[in-house]
Write a protein that binds this ligand. Structure first.
Ligand code: HEM
Length: 480
């Protein structure tokens, strides 16, 4: 972990390093091999040849962008501050034509841009309206309270009757006038109170315009909330501490870890399809792993992870040994997938082992959303029956929403009683279980790299478009 003094040192170093040479694009483009890999991020040139083997995202992904501007790919991943600091040590120059801050080469993904525009639009629209409503509400409240108070005062002092009866020997018209005045004040008070209640109702209703303007405990209205990015507790580039509330071993090696969010009404703020990164110091090394929670924004106050703990798995064992009440560093959301309702008509999913967790996020969102009619077909492969994760939930969705969700389990080592699929996922099985190639169909893959690569090749042979090295929402075959 980098301390604040390390950070200061790095910043000072960085200041000097800004004076580095300017490099032309033609020159940068020549460094595009495993043994000589330069990339551009925000207008700065980095030699990542030596970093490849240590890169938590893998060497291959850095090779995909070798010799090119990798800014948008880098930004799409949602790297942490740590990544930005590590990067400084690999700086070799500034791209010719880039601004001193590197802003010239900075690209903002269209998704981010849309988000900012929508937010600004919402603010412009709603702020004056809310202000107007507030002013009106205050004025009416003052009027109502004032008139009600005056009426009460007049009535309680019997001021009007005494005026009419004793002092002035009221005439018929004076008595009528007093009655009118009393009636006027009473009616004004009543109207003021009714008006106030009406305005309160209207301004509450206006809050439904923007998801983020709800009080947190009102935010999780439906799984469709996933199409927004609610103001959750996660921070994309800063790790926050979350306290372990419980851990259970569900079956051999599969653990559930439940972390508390800051309050019991807090919303995690994870768009469907995205994941979180967890960081820990293990044997003096910083270890970072990505996990997709099985809880979502509807599960207020908690973050739930389902993890297979392998005997040598660093983070799995770290979590297994974490005590209740201790904290873990988590940041997010991360990842290129942000599911939107009815993003396509059919989704095929192929999951292997723990790779079911990101797929499950989408399955849950779609099956629990009556307005989402996307059809999902899943092939879920495991070694043995006891390795199948989330089986109860998956079978439940297949039972209650059979018109949109089908699942086919296959095992490498099935027991004698097993009636599902056996062995590896073949091209024939893909043909039988996955959607046909169409612009309205997507295939999502998540599992061990061997499985993912084999599936990619088979699907491409079946006619699906081959994806690039860095996953994009627009890919027909999307790899988590
Ligand atoms: C000098 C440049 C880079 C540095 C220092 C760097 C560093 C890191 C670090 C520290 C992580 C762990 C997570 C975090 O703390 O953010 C990470 C993850 C990752 N990085 Fe990079 N990175 C670089 C460039 C890139 C580029 C150009 C790409 C894409 C083409 C990329 C793709 C990824 C991916 C996919 C992950 C894994 C994310 C996950 O597991 O959720 N990185 N990187």
């Amino acid at each position: 972990m980098t301390t604040s003094s390390d950070r200061k040192e790095l910043k000072a170093k960085w200041k000097n390093e800004v004076e580095v040479k300017t490099i032309a694009m033609q020159e940068i483009a020549k460094h595009k091999t495993k043994d000589d890999n330069w990339i551009i991020i925000h207008g700065k040139v980095y030699d990542v040849t030596d970093y490849g083997k240590d890169h938590p995202g893998g060497l291959d992904i850095l090779l995909e962008v070798a010799g090119t501007d990798a800014t948008s790919a880098y930004e799409d991943v949602g790297h942490s501050e740590d990544a930005a600091e590590i990067m400084h040590s690999y700086l070799v120059g500034v791209m010719e034509g880039a601004s001193p801050e590197g802003g010239g080469a900075r690209k903002t993904s269209s998704a981010q841009l849309t988000h900012v525009i929508v937010r600004r639009h919402e603010l412009e629209q709603s702020a004056p309206q809310t202000k107007r409503l507030l002013n009106l509400r205050t004025e009416l409240a003052a009027f109502a309270v004032g008139t009600a108070g005056l009426t009460y005062f007049i009535n309680s002092c019997h001021l009007l009757p005494s005026l009419t009866v004793s002092g002035f020997h009221a005439t018929g018209s004076q008595a009528a006038h007093a009655g009118f005045t009393q009636g006027f004040f009473t009616a004004s008070a009543a109207l003021g109170i009714v008006g106030l209640a009406g305005l309160r109702y209207l301004s509450n209703a206006s809050e439904t315009r923007s998801f983020s303007s709800y009080a947190p405990h009102l935010q999780s209205v439906s799984p469709a909330g996933a199409t927004f990015k609610p103001a959750g507790v996660l921070k994309p580039s800063v790790y926050r501490k979350f306290t372990l509330q419980r851990k259970d071993e569900l079956s051999d090696g599969i653990y559930r870890f439940v972390f508390d969010l800051p309050t019991k009404y807090s919303v995690l703020g994870l768009p469907i399809g995205q994941h979180v990164a967890m960081r820990a110091m293990i044997d003096e090394h910083t270890v970072v792993r990505s996990y997709t929670p099985v809880s979502n924004n509807r599960d207020l106050g908690r973050l739930e992870l389902l993890i297979r703990v392998y005997p040598k798995g660093l983070m799995g064992n770290y979590l297994k040994n974490l005590k209740i009440g201790e904290t873990a560093d988590i940041r997010g959301p991360k990842g290129a997938m942000k599911y939107r309702r009815s993003m396509c008509k059919e989704i095929g999913m192929i999951g292997g082992g723990t790779g079911i967790t990101p797929l499950y996020q989408l399955i849950r969102a779609i099956c629990e959303d009556p307005k989402d009619n996307t059809k999902i077909s899943v092939i879920y492969g495991n070694r043995s029956e006891s390795d199948i994760m989330l089986r109860g939930k998956l079978d439940h969705y297949a039972r209650v929403t059979p018109h949109k969700f089908k699942i086919y389990y296959t095992l490498d080592q099935p027991g004698p009683e097993w009636t599902g699929g056996k062995g590896h996922v073949t091209k024939d099985l893909l043909k039988a279980k996955m959607p046909q190639v169409s612009p309205d169909a997507k295939i999502l893959l998540c599992g061990p790299p061997g499985m993912v690569n084999a599936m990619k090749n088979n699907l491409v042979e079946l006619g699906f478009e081959a994806p690039g090295g860095v996953s994009k929402m627009s890919d027909q075959i999307f790899c988590f």
